[in-house]
Ligand binder design. Structure first.
Ligand SMILES: *[C@@H]1O[C@H](CO)[C@@H](O)[C@H](O)[C@H]1NC(C)=O
Ligand SMILES: *[C@@H]1O[C@H](CO)[C@@H](O)[C@H](O)[C@H]1NC(C)=O
Ligand SMILES: *[C@@H]1O[C@H](CO)[C@@H](O)[C@H](O)[C@H]1NC(C)=O
Ligand SMILES: *[C@@H]1O[C@H](CO)[C@@H](O)[C@H](O)[C@H]1NC(C)=O
Ligand SMILES: *[C@@H]1O[C@H](CO)[C@@H](O)[C@H](O)[C@H]1NC(C)=O
Length: 292
Protein backbone atom coordinates (compact mmCIF):
# COMPACT_ATOMS: atom_id res chain seq x y z
CA UNK A 1 0.00 0.00 0.00
CA UNK A 2 2.82 2.38 0.83
CA UNK A 3 4.40 1.68 -2.47
CA UNK A 4 1.10 2.43 -4.26
CA UNK A 5 0.73 5.65 -2.26
CA UNK A 6 4.22 6.73 -3.04
CA UNK A 7 3.77 6.00 -6.70
CA UNK A 8 0.48 7.89 -6.74
CA UNK A 9 2.04 10.83 -4.95
CA UNK A 10 5.09 11.22 -7.16
CA UNK A 11 3.53 12.28 -10.42
CA UNK A 12 -0.10 13.22 -10.56
CA UNK A 13 -0.01 14.23 -14.23
CA UNK A 14 1.36 11.13 -15.62
CA UNK A 15 -1.16 8.61 -16.80
CA UNK A 16 -2.26 6.40 -14.02
CA UNK A 17 0.12 3.60 -13.77
CA UNK A 18 -1.18 0.21 -14.70
CA UNK A 19 -2.50 -1.60 -11.74
CA UNK A 20 0.46 -3.42 -10.20
CA UNK A 21 0.74 -7.02 -11.16
CA UNK A 22 0.30 -9.13 -8.09
CA UNK A 23 3.61 -10.80 -7.18
CA UNK A 24 3.41 -14.50 -6.25
CA UNK A 25 0.59 -16.96 -6.55
CA UNK A 26 -2.82 -16.17 -5.27
CA UNK A 27 -6.14 -17.78 -5.10
CA UNK A 28 -6.74 -21.44 -5.84
CA UNK A 29 -3.20 -21.86 -7.11
CA UNK A 30 -1.84 -20.79 -3.75
CA UNK A 31 -4.08 -23.20 -1.93
CA UNK A 32 -3.08 -25.94 -4.34
CA UNK A 33 0.57 -25.19 -3.71
CA UNK A 34 0.09 -25.22 0.06
CA UNK A 35 -1.77 -28.52 -0.23
CA UNK A 36 1.04 -29.92 -2.37
CA UNK A 37 3.71 -28.74 0.05
CA UNK A 38 1.73 -30.21 2.94
CA UNK A 39 1.36 -33.51 1.12
CA UNK A 40 5.04 -33.49 0.29
CA UNK A 41 5.91 -32.83 3.93
CA UNK A 42 3.66 -35.65 5.03
CA UNK A 43 5.32 -37.97 2.54
CA UNK A 44 8.78 -36.85 3.63
CA UNK A 45 7.92 -37.31 7.32
CA UNK A 46 6.39 -40.70 6.65
CA UNK A 47 9.44 -41.62 4.64
CA UNK A 48 11.72 -40.59 7.46
CA UNK A 49 9.58 -42.42 9.99
CA UNK A 50 9.58 -45.52 7.84
CA UNK A 51 13.33 -45.30 7.39
CA UNK A 52 13.83 -44.95 11.14
CA UNK A 53 11.40 -47.80 11.71
CA UNK A 54 13.23 -50.02 9.22
CA UNK A 55 16.56 -49.07 10.80
CA UNK A 56 15.16 -49.99 14.21
CA UNK A 57 13.58 -53.23 13.00
CA UNK A 58 16.72 -54.37 11.17
CA UNK A 59 18.83 -53.10 14.07
CA UNK A 60 21.25 -51.21 11.93
CA UNK A 61 24.34 -50.09 13.74
CA UNK A 62 27.73 -48.80 12.82
CA UNK A 63 29.11 -52.39 12.62
CA UNK A 64 26.40 -53.87 10.49
CA UNK A 65 22.81 -54.98 10.71
CA UNK A 66 21.31 -57.02 13.52
CA UNK A 67 23.26 -60.28 13.90
CA UNK A 68 25.23 -59.50 10.75
CA UNK A 69 28.43 -57.67 11.57
CA UNK A 70 30.73 -56.29 8.95
CA UNK A 71 34.34 -56.53 10.08
CA UNK A 72 37.56 -55.69 8.33
CA UNK A 73 38.24 -59.42 7.98
CA UNK A 74 34.81 -60.28 6.63
CA UNK A 75 31.21 -60.76 7.62
CA UNK A 76 30.10 -62.27 10.91
CA UNK A 77 26.64 -63.67 11.46
CA UNK A 78 25.94 -64.32 15.12
CA UNK A 79 22.65 -66.13 14.60
CA UNK A 80 21.28 -68.86 12.41
CA UNK A 81 21.72 -68.31 8.71
CA UNK A 82 19.63 -70.24 6.26
CA UNK A 83 20.85 -70.93 2.75
CA UNK A 84 18.28 -72.72 0.66
CA UNK A 85 20.61 -73.30 -2.25
CA UNK A 86 24.20 -74.41 -2.68
CA UNK A 87 26.86 -72.58 -0.68
CA UNK A 88 30.33 -72.60 -2.18
CA UNK A 89 33.09 -72.37 0.41
CA UNK A 90 36.77 -73.16 0.50
CA UNK A 91 36.86 -74.07 4.15
CA UNK A 92 34.44 -74.81 6.96
CA UNK A 93 36.07 -74.19 10.30
CA UNK A 94 35.05 -74.01 13.93
CA UNK A 95 37.38 -72.62 16.52
CA UNK A 96 36.84 -73.28 20.20
CA UNK A 97 33.58 -75.14 19.74
CA UNK A 98 32.62 -78.35 17.99
CA UNK A 99 31.53 -78.28 14.37
CA UNK A 100 28.21 -80.00 13.76
CA UNK A 101 26.86 -81.06 10.41
CA UNK A 102 23.31 -82.13 10.94
CA UNK A 103 20.51 -83.27 8.72
CA UNK A 104 17.12 -84.80 9.38
CA UNK A 105 17.61 -87.07 6.35
CA UNK A 106 21.23 -87.90 5.58
CA UNK A 107 24.65 -86.29 5.35
CA UNK A 108 26.71 -86.89 2.22
CA UNK A 109 30.38 -86.07 1.83
CA UNK A 110 31.53 -86.49 -1.72
CA UNK A 111 34.64 -85.97 -3.76
CA UNK A 112 34.32 -85.66 -7.50
CA UNK A 113 36.80 -85.30 -10.29
CA UNK A 114 36.81 -82.60 -12.96
CA UNK A 115 34.03 -84.26 -14.91
CA UNK A 116 31.95 -84.31 -11.69
CA UNK A 117 32.06 -88.13 -11.46
CA UNK A 118 31.92 -89.21 -7.81
CA UNK A 119 35.25 -90.74 -6.78
CA UNK A 120 34.54 -91.45 -3.11
CA UNK A 121 31.70 -90.75 -0.76
CA UNK A 122 30.71 -91.02 2.88
CA UNK A 123 26.98 -91.22 3.53
CA UNK A 124 25.52 -90.99 7.02
CA UNK A 125 21.86 -91.90 6.91
CA UNK A 126 19.28 -92.87 9.50
CA UNK A 127 20.55 -96.45 9.76
CA UNK A 128 23.94 -96.81 8.11
CA UNK A 129 27.23 -95.06 7.62
CA UNK A 130 28.40 -96.06 4.16
CA UNK A 131 31.83 -95.28 2.80
CA UNK A 132 32.23 -95.83 -0.92
CA UNK A 133 35.86 -95.74 -1.87
CA UNK A 134 38.57 -97.90 -3.38
CA UNK A 135 40.51 -98.20 -0.12
CA UNK A 136 39.21 -97.47 3.36
CA UNK A 137 42.07 -96.69 5.70
CA UNK A 138 42.18 -95.82 9.41
CA UNK A 139 45.53 -94.34 10.42
CA UNK A 140 46.61 -93.38 13.93
CA UNK A 141 48.33 -90.16 14.88
CA UNK A 142 51.73 -91.68 14.05
CA UNK A 143 50.63 -92.62 10.57
CA UNK A 144 50.42 -96.36 11.31
CA UNK A 145 47.63 -98.09 9.40
CA UNK A 146 45.24 -99.62 11.93
CA UNK A 147 42.56 -100.71 9.51
CA UNK A 148 42.77 -101.10 5.77
CA UNK A 149 39.97 -102.49 3.68
CA UNK A 150 40.31 -102.84 -0.06
CA UNK A 151 39.22 -105.39 -2.60
CA UNK A 152 42.69 -106.96 -2.51
CA UNK A 153 43.39 -107.09 1.21
CA UNK A 154 42.24 -106.40 4.73
CA UNK A 155 44.66 -105.26 7.42
CA UNK A 156 43.41 -105.26 10.99
CA UNK A 157 45.57 -103.21 13.33
CA UNK A 158 49.02 -103.97 14.68
CA UNK A 159 47.97 -105.39 18.03
CA UNK A 160 45.41 -107.98 18.98
CA UNK A 161 42.13 -108.10 17.14
CA UNK A 162 39.18 -109.40 19.12
CA UNK A 163 36.12 -110.78 17.40
CA UNK A 164 33.31 -111.71 19.82
CA UNK A 165 31.60 -114.05 17.36
CA UNK A 166 32.69 -116.69 14.86
CA UNK A 167 34.80 -115.89 11.82
CA UNK A 168 34.28 -117.67 8.53
CA UNK A 169 36.97 -117.73 5.88
CA UNK A 170 36.11 -119.04 2.47
CA UNK A 171 39.75 -119.30 1.48
CA UNK A 172 42.84 -120.67 3.18
CA UNK A 173 44.17 -119.26 6.43
CA UNK A 174 47.94 -118.74 6.42
CA UNK A 175 49.23 -118.34 9.93
CA UNK A 176 52.32 -119.55 11.81
CA UNK A 177 50.46 -120.47 15.02
CA UNK A 178 47.00 -121.33 16.18
CA UNK A 179 46.76 -121.02 19.93
CA UNK A 180 43.96 -121.52 22.38
CA UNK A 181 43.11 -118.77 24.83
CA UNK A 182 44.61 -119.10 28.29
CA UNK A 183 43.01 -121.96 30.30
CA UNK A 184 40.75 -123.18 27.53
CA UNK A 185 41.36 -125.94 25.05
CA UNK A 186 41.80 -125.75 21.31
CA UNK A 187 39.56 -127.81 19.11
CA UNK A 188 40.17 -128.53 15.46
CA UNK A 189 37.27 -130.43 14.03
CA UNK A 190 35.50 -131.28 10.84
CA UNK A 191 31.89 -132.12 11.58
CA UNK A 192 31.07 -134.03 8.41
CA UNK A 193 34.35 -134.56 6.66
CA UNK A 194 38.04 -135.23 7.29
CA UNK A 195 40.92 -133.46 8.96
CA UNK A 196 44.25 -133.74 7.14
CA UNK A 197 47.44 -132.71 8.84
CA UNK A 198 50.40 -132.90 6.48
CA UNK A 199 53.85 -131.49 6.76
CA UNK A 200 57.03 -132.16 4.85
CA UNK A 201 59.25 -131.40 7.84
CA UNK A 202 57.57 -133.63 10.41
CA UNK A 203 54.42 -133.75 12.47
CA UNK A 204 54.67 -133.89 16.21
CA UNK A 205 51.83 -134.43 18.66
CA UNK A 206 52.89 -134.05 22.24
CA UNK A 207 51.31 -133.52 25.58
CA UNK A 208 53.59 -132.97 28.56
CA UNK A 209 51.03 -133.44 31.33
CA UNK A 210 48.28 -135.64 29.96
CA UNK A 211 47.62 -138.54 27.61
CA UNK A 212 47.67 -138.42 23.83
CA UNK A 213 44.73 -140.44 22.64
CA UNK A 214 44.05 -141.75 19.15
CA UNK A 215 40.60 -143.18 19.04
CA UNK A 216 38.51 -144.43 16.17
CA UNK A 217 35.68 -146.89 15.68
CA UNK A 218 37.45 -148.05 12.54
CA UNK A 219 41.11 -149.04 12.05
CA UNK A 220 44.26 -147.13 12.81
CA UNK A 221 46.95 -147.50 10.13
CA UNK A 222 50.45 -146.39 10.89
CA UNK A 223 52.75 -146.64 7.92
CA UNK A 224 56.39 -145.77 8.35
CA UNK A 225 59.92 -146.90 7.73
CA UNK A 226 60.35 -148.24 11.24
CA UNK A 227 57.81 -148.09 14.01
CA UNK A 228 59.25 -147.29 17.43
CA UNK A 229 57.10 -147.64 20.52
CA UNK A 230 59.15 -146.23 23.38
CA UNK A 231 57.69 -146.48 26.85
CA UNK A 232 58.47 -147.70 30.31
CA UNK A 233 55.83 -150.32 29.84
CA UNK A 234 54.29 -151.77 26.71
CA UNK A 235 50.73 -152.94 26.84
CA UNK A 236 48.99 -154.82 24.06
CA UNK A 237 45.49 -155.22 25.39
CA UNK A 238 42.54 -157.01 23.88
CA UNK A 239 44.60 -159.45 21.77
CA UNK A 240 42.53 -162.61 21.22
CA UNK A 241 44.04 -165.72 22.85
CA UNK A 242 43.98 -169.13 21.22
CA UNK A 243 43.69 -172.43 23.05
CA UNK A 244 46.01 -174.82 21.17
CA UNK A 245 43.83 -177.85 21.97
CA UNK A 246 40.65 -176.35 20.47
CA UNK A 247 42.30 -174.53 17.58
CA UNK A 248 43.17 -177.71 15.77
CA UNK A 249 41.90 -177.63 12.25
CA UNK A 250 38.29 -178.76 12.05
CA UNK A 251 38.78 -180.11 8.58
CA UNK A 252 41.99 -182.16 8.59
CA UNK A 253 42.19 -181.80 4.83
CA UNK A 254 42.92 -178.05 4.94
CA UNK A 255 46.48 -177.11 5.94
CA UNK A 256 46.78 -175.00 9.11
CA UNK A 257 47.72 -171.32 8.51
CA UNK A 258 51.36 -170.54 9.09
CA UNK A 259 51.95 -168.85 12.47
CA UNK A 260 55.05 -167.38 14.06
CA UNK A 261 56.21 -166.34 17.48
CA UNK A 262 56.73 -162.68 18.15
CA UNK A 263 60.27 -162.36 19.45
CA UNK A 264 61.90 -159.22 20.85
CA UNK A 265 65.65 -158.55 20.90
CA UNK A 266 67.29 -156.90 23.88
CA UNK A 267 67.29 -153.55 22.13
CA UNK A 268 63.53 -153.70 21.61
CA UNK A 269 63.56 -154.81 17.99
CA UNK A 270 60.77 -157.28 17.30
CA UNK A 271 60.92 -160.13 14.82
CA UNK A 272 59.00 -163.24 14.04
CA UNK A 273 60.41 -166.59 14.99
CA UNK A 274 59.45 -170.12 14.05
CA UNK A 275 56.27 -171.18 15.75
CA UNK A 276 58.01 -174.23 17.15
CA UNK A 277 61.05 -173.95 19.30
CA UNK A 278 62.67 -171.01 21.01
CA UNK A 279 63.15 -167.58 19.64
CA UNK A 280 66.54 -167.58 17.98
CA UNK A 281 68.02 -164.48 16.60
CA UNK A 282 71.21 -163.63 14.81
CA UNK A 283 73.05 -160.44 15.67
CA UNK A 284 72.18 -159.34 12.15
CA UNK A 285 68.47 -159.51 12.91
CA UNK A 286 68.84 -157.70 16.21
CA UNK A 287 71.16 -154.98 14.87
CA UNK A 288 69.74 -151.53 15.49
CA UNK A 289 69.56 -150.33 11.90
CA UNK A 290 67.02 -147.55 12.38
CA UNK A 291 67.85 -145.83 15.61
CA UNK A 292 65.72 -142.64 15.89
C1 LIG B 1 21.06 -99.56 5.54
O1 LIG B 1 21.73 -100.71 5.05
C2 LIG B 1 20.90 -101.82 4.80
C3 LIG B 1 21.76 -102.97 4.40
O2 LIG B 1 22.65 -102.62 3.37
C4 LIG B 1 19.88 -101.44 3.73
O3 LIG B 1 19.03 -102.52 3.50
C5 LIG B 1 19.08 -100.24 4.19
O4 LIG B 1 18.20 -99.82 3.19
C6 LIG B 1 20.00 -99.11 4.55
N1 LIG B 1 19.25 -98.04 5.13
C7 LIG B 1 19.12 -96.84 4.55
C8 LIG B 1 18.31 -95.85 5.29
O5 LIG B 1 19.69 -96.62 3.49
C1 LIG C 1 53.22 -92.84 18.43
O1 LIG C 1 54.62 -92.93 18.57
C2 LIG C 1 55.09 -92.62 19.85
C3 LIG C 1 56.60 -92.68 19.83
O2 LIG C 1 57.04 -93.77 19.05
C4 LIG C 1 54.49 -93.59 20.88
O3 LIG C 1 54.92 -93.26 22.16
C5 LIG C 1 53.00 -93.49 20.81
O4 LIG C 1 52.42 -94.46 21.67
C6 LIG C 1 52.52 -93.76 19.40
N1 LIG C 1 51.11 -93.56 19.33
C7 LIG C 1 50.28 -94.49 18.89
C8 LIG C 1 48.86 -94.13 18.86
O5 LIG C 1 50.68 -95.60 18.50
C1 LIG D 1 44.06 -120.46 34.69
O1 LIG D 1 43.87 -121.54 35.57
C2 LIG D 1 44.71 -121.51 36.71
C3 LIG D 1 44.50 -122.77 37.50
O2 LIG D 1 43.18 -123.21 37.41
C4 LIG D 1 44.39 -120.23 37.51
O3 LIG D 1 45.26 -120.16 38.63
C5 LIG D 1 44.61 -119.04 36.64
O4 LIG D 1 44.20 -117.86 37.33
C6 LIG D 1 43.74 -119.16 35.37
N1 LIG D 1 44.05 -118.05 34.53
C7 LIG D 1 43.09 -117.39 33.91
C8 LIG D 1 43.56 -116.27 33.04
O5 LIG D 1 41.91 -117.67 34.05
C1 LIG E 1 45.61 -141.09 30.98
O1 LIG E 1 44.95 -142.30 30.64
C2 LIG E 1 44.75 -143.20 31.72
C3 LIG E 1 44.19 -144.44 31.18
O2 LIG E 1 43.05 -144.17 30.43
C4 LIG E 1 43.90 -142.54 32.76
O3 LIG E 1 43.74 -143.38 33.86
C5 LIG E 1 44.53 -141.26 33.21
O4 LIG E 1 43.68 -140.57 34.11
C6 LIG E 1 44.79 -140.38 32.02
N1 LIG E 1 45.51 -139.21 32.48
C7 LIG E 1 45.02 -138.00 32.29
C8 LIG E 1 45.88 -136.89 32.81
O5 LIG E 1 43.98 -137.79 31.71
C1 LIG F 1 61.93 -172.98 11.04
O1 LIG F 1 61.53 -174.37 11.01
C2 LIG F 1 61.70 -174.97 9.77
C3 LIG F 1 61.23 -176.38 9.88
O2 LIG F 1 60.18 -176.50 10.76
C4 LIG F 1 63.12 -174.85 9.33
O3 LIG F 1 63.22 -175.42 8.03
C5 LIG F 1 63.57 -173.44 9.34
O4 LIG F 1 64.93 -173.34 9.02
C6 LIG F 1 63.34 -172.83 10.66
N1 LIG F 1 63.72 -171.44 10.63
C7 LIG F 1 64.30 -170.82 11.60
C8 LIG F 1 64.60 -169.36 11.38
O5 LIG F 1 64.59 -171.36 12.64
Amino acid sequence: MNHEDANGGLDLNSPPPPPPQPVGIYGWRKRCLYAFVLALMIVVIMNLALTVWILRILRFSLDGMGHLKIKPSGIQVKAEAEFLKTVYVDELKSEGSPLFLESTKSVHLLTTDRSRTIRSRLVLDQENITASCDTFRVVDSNGTVNLLLSSQKVILGNGDATVPGDIKFNGAVFTPTIQSPLNSSLEISSENSKVHITAIGGVSLSSTLANVTLQTDDNIYIQSGALHLIGNELYLLGIPTVDATTSLPVKPTTAPPTVYQLCVCENGKAFLGNASGNCRASSEICSDSTKP
